[in-house]
Design a binder for this molecule. Structure first.
Ligand code: ADP
Ligand code: GN1
Ligand code: MG
Length: 362
């Protein structure tokens, strides 16, 4: 075990009485460990990626505020706050994180037992559940004081800004990779119009900013293993003011894909319209009342724009030399970018159908 981990374990009561310690989960960003120790339950220990999160202490302030707000709400609504929200474990000094001697920030959460975390949807009911959970998450936080939240990654879902970064990455091209992926680059450059849709709608006050999750992948929800109901929304690093259609859209991008995000066989990748329908129903049953007509009308465009944005992030990172997203194999980010391209093409073919599905809820 690394010395930094040993140093961290010493900051918490009992954590050194370890029975088990292992790397855990499939996140692309943080280092996540599962630990099991004598005398009590399991714990999720995470080192925050400080290359990505430049102000990890502010991020931890956000999470401490949001989780305690959610705890109170869930308790008031008669739910189980130990299982329906993340709960930070305090250090011996009563802090919600620990800064180690290298300046890395660590946090510990209660492990939520008897849950399943899916990488791919197995049936429409499950995806309906996930839509309801992310919609409800927005609802629970609707009266959270937004001004208390720090913007942990500036311009996180500003697609115009992401596009500018993408073009800069192509120009810099430190490894000479750009010429090998010209077709993929052109696919995105030819669709620049997508980058303006939401900035324009915000500037015209047609839609508004809400407290959103901003990283609504299926594997950021824990499902109850017995009831198969969505239980807890996790990965709260990117909670910030955002656009409802982006939470909707990122879920569709990941979960309504017939294939995995990094599937190499592109014939397996495409939009599953039944899953799109199921998620839309769940999401809008939970938060439809708080959205105006335009916000509902733009939901399906949120799916295209989020897939586009993620595509330029994956391709840009491939060109830049895989600096941002964790990779497990050569060309991993390129494979991910290609699935996004296939998915966008498929969504473009089904755009009228997607539009009709969301418009039923206006
Ligand atoms: P990343 O930002 O790297 O995606 P996450 O916070 O999503 O990190 O955690 C990675 C994985 O760890 C999750 O997908 C989930 O499987 C698991 N996980 C995280 N927190 C908990 C928890 N409190 N209880 C059980 N599993 C968890
Ligand atoms: C990252 O942390 P994780 O794996 O849930 C990324 C998201 C991307 C996603 C693509 C902070 O999410 O924005 O959409 O990968 N998170 C951050 O899979 O950049
Ligand atoms: Mg995650």
């Amino acid at each position: 075990m690394k010395s930094s981990v040993i140093e961290v374990l010493q900051q918490y009561n009992n954590f050194t009485k370890l029975k088990e310690f292992s790397e855990y989960g499939n996140g692309h960003i943080n280092d996540t460990y599962l630990l099991d120790y004598e005398g009590s339950g399991k714990v999720i220990l995470q080192k925050i990626n400080k290359t990505i999160f430049k102000e990890p202490k502010k991020l931890m302030e956000n999470i401490a505020l949001v989780t305690s707000f959610l705890r109170d709400k869930i308790e008031k609504n008669g739910g189980d706050p130990d299982r329906e929200t993340l709960n930070l474990i305090k250090t011996k000094d009563g802090q919600s994180f620990y800064e180690d001697s290298k300046g890395d920030i660590w946090r510990a959460y209660n492990f939520i037992a008897d849950t399943i975390c899916y990488e791919q949807v197995t049936n429409a009911k499950e995806f309906y559940e996930s839509g309801y959970a992310f919609g409800n998450f927005q609802n629970l936080l609707a009266d959270f004081p937004v001004n208390k939240l720090s913007e942990v990654i500036k311009n996180f879902h500003n697609t115009e800004d992401r596009f500018a970064t993408f073009k800069a990455q192509i120009n810099e091209d430190p490894l000479g990779r750009a010429k090998t992926v010209k077709e993929e680059i052109d696919f995105f450059l030819n669709r620049e119009e997508y980058t303006h849709i939401f900035n324009r709608a915000l500037a015209n006050n047609e839609i508004s900013l809400k407290v959103t999750h901003n990283d609504t992948k299926l594997n950021n929800i824990l499902f109850d293993k017995d009831t198969k109901k969505a239980l807890c929304v996790i990965d709260l690093d990117t909670i910030m003011p955002g656009v409802a259609a982006f939470d909707f859209g990122d879920s569709i991008r990941f979960g309504a894909n017939k294939g995995l995000e990094d599937e190499v066989d592109l014939s397996k990748v495409g939009l599953d319209i039944e899953l799109f329908k199921a998620f839309t129903r769940g999401f809008l049953e939970a938060c439809g009342k708080s959205l105006n007509k335009k916000e509902i009308e733009l939901l399906h465009m949120g799916a295209i724009v989020m897939t586009y944005e993620c595509g330029i992030r994956f391709l840009g990172d491939y060109i830049a030399g895989d600096k941002y997203f964790k990779i497990a194999r050569e060309n991993h980010n390129l494979d991910r970018a290609r699935t996004q391209i296939k998915l966008i093409s498929d969504m473009e073919e089904h755009i009228e159908e997607m539009k009709k599905i969301v418009e039923k809820y206006i």
